[in-house]
Design a protein around this ligand. Structure first.
Ligand SMILES: Cc1cc2nc3c(=O)[nH]c(=O)nc-3n(C[C@H](O)[C@H](O)[C@H](O)COP(=O)(O)O)c2cc1C
Length: 327
C-alpha cells in the first residue's frame, strides 16, 4: 500500500496504475446503497484502512466504497504483537488487532484534508465510518463513545457502521442485546436528524449470534427503520480448518476471516433477507475472493459486498476481477 501511495504522487504513475487496476464502468445508478450512488458494488471492509490513510490509493485500485475504522474516541495501540496471522492452507486470517487506531480527532482531520483535495479532483469515493468504543470504556458508558465518533465524523463520511461485533475488545459483543441496541441506534438516529444531511446508519453483526439473537436484531432493525446491516464480522469459531489444531492453538484468540467464513456468512445473508422480506439492505462481508463468491452473496440477498482477506490473497486486481464477472 505504501508503494501504491508513493506511485500515486506522480501523475504519470498514477495514471498507469489507474489504467491497470480500474474495473469496468457500470451504468450510472446501477449500484446504490440506500441513496448513495456507487461506482461499483465492491467495497473494502473495515479494519484495513483504519486511519483513513490510503483513500487515494484505494480509489485508484477501483474500490466502489471504503469503510474506514473502526474509529474510537481516543487513540489506542490495540493488542500486543503478534496479532495478525495467515492461515495459508485455509485462505484465512486470524486477527486480534483490538481496535488500534489514531482516534477520532486525528482521523477527522485527515478526512477533512482528503475531502478538500478530493473536491478539487472531482473523483468521489464513497466513505463509510465504522465506529466503536475504547477498550477502557465500560459497557454502560459505551453509547457515549459511539456518540462522540458519530458527531465528529458526521460531516466527513457518507454512511456509518455501528460496530458491536468485533471479538477483540472484551465485552463488546455483549452490546448486541436488543435493549442496548435499541437505545444506541435510536439515539444515533435522533442525532442524525439534527444534522444538515442524513447519513445512512448500518449495524455490523457477528456471525456467531444465536438465531434468537439474530431474530431480535432483525425485528429491531425493522422497528426503528435502520438503514441496513453489515453481515458479518469475523468469527470466534475454528471449525473445519486445514491448519493443524496445534498451530491454531498456538495462535490463540482472535477473529477468523476468509474462506472458512464464506458459507456461514452467506447463510446469514440469506436468512436475514428472507426473514425481512428483502426490506433490510445488506452489505455482505466474509470470504469473498472472486466474482463467483460475490454473486453468491448477491443472490443470497446482499445489495453490495466488501472484501478484506480476499484483498490480501488475491492482490490489487481483486476489484477489477470481481467487477468483470458481474453484470
Ligand atoms: C486484520 C483485520 C482487522 C479487522 N478490523 C476490523 C475493524 O476494525 N472493524 C470491523 O468492523 N471489522 C474489522 N475486521 C473484519 C472485516 O471488516 C471483515 O468483516 C471480516 O474480515 C470478514 O471479511 P473477509 O473474510 O473478507 O476478511 C477486520 C478484519 C481483519 C482481517
Amino acid at each position: 500500500m505504501n508503494l501504491v501511495q508513493f506511485l500515486c504522487k506522480f501523475d504519470i504513475t498514477k495514471r498507469i496504475l489507474t489504467r491497470l487496476f480500474h474495473p469496468k464502468t457500470f451504468d450510472k445508478g446501477r449500484w446504490t446503497l440506500n441513496k448513495l450512488q456507487l461506482k461499483n458494488p465492491v467495497g473494502l471492509a473495515a479494519g484495513f484502512d483504519k486511519n483513513a490513510i490510503y483513500l487515494q490509493s484505494l480509489g485508484v485500485l477501483g474500490f466502489g466504497f471504503v469503510e474506514i475504522g473502526t474509529v474510537t474516541p481516543l487513540p489506542q495501540n490495540g493488542s500486543p504483537q503478534p496479532r495478525l496471522f495467515r492461515l495459508q492452507k485455509d485462505k484465512a486470517l486470524i486477527n486480534r488487532m483490538g481496535f488500534n487506531n489514531d482516534g477520532v480527532e486525528a482521523i477527522t482531520e485527515r478526512l477533512k484534508n482528503w475531502k478538500k483535495k478530493n473536491e478539487k479532483q472531482n473523483s468521489h469515493l464513497i466513505i463509510g465510518g465504522n465506529i466503536g468504543k475504547n477498550k477502557e470504556t465500560p459497557n454502560d458508558l459505551a453509547w457515549k463513545d459511539y456518540e462522540i465518533c458519530f458527531l465528529k465524523l458526521h460531516p466527513w463520511v457518507d454512511y456509518f457502521v455501528v460496530n458491536v461485533s468485533s471479538p477483540n475488545t472484551p465485552g463488546l459483543r455483549e452490546l448486541q442485546g436488543k435493549e442496548f441496541l435499541q437505545h444506541l441506534l435510536s439515539h444515533l438516529k435522533k442525532l442524525n436528524e439534527q444534522q444538515t444531511l442524513l447519513k445512512p446508519i448500518f449495524l455490523k453483526i457477528a456471525p456467531d449470534l444465536t438465531f434468537e439473537q439474530l431474530d431480535s436484531i432483525i425485528e429491531l432493525a425493522q422497528e426503528i427503520k435502520l438503514d441496513g446491516l453489515v453481515v458479518a464480522n469475523t468469527t470466534i469459531a475454528r471449525e473445519s480448518l486445514k491448519t493443524s489444531a496445534d498451530q491454531i492453538q498456538k495462535i490463540g484468540l482472535g477473529g477468523l476471516s476468509g474462506l472458512p467464513l464464506k458459507n456461514k456468512n452467506t447463510e446469514l445473508v440469506s436468512y436475514i433477507f428472507k426473514k425481512a422480506n428483502g426490506q433490510i439492505p445488506i452489505i455482505a462481508s466474509g470470504g469473498i475472493f472472486n466474482g463467483t463468491d460475490a454473486k453468491e452473496k448477491m443472490e443470497a440477498g446482499a445489495s453490495v459486498i466488501q472484501v478484506w482477506t480476499g484483498f490480501i490473497y488475491e492482490g490489487p486486481s481483486i476489484v477489477k476481477n470481481i467487477c468483470a464477472t458481474i453484470k
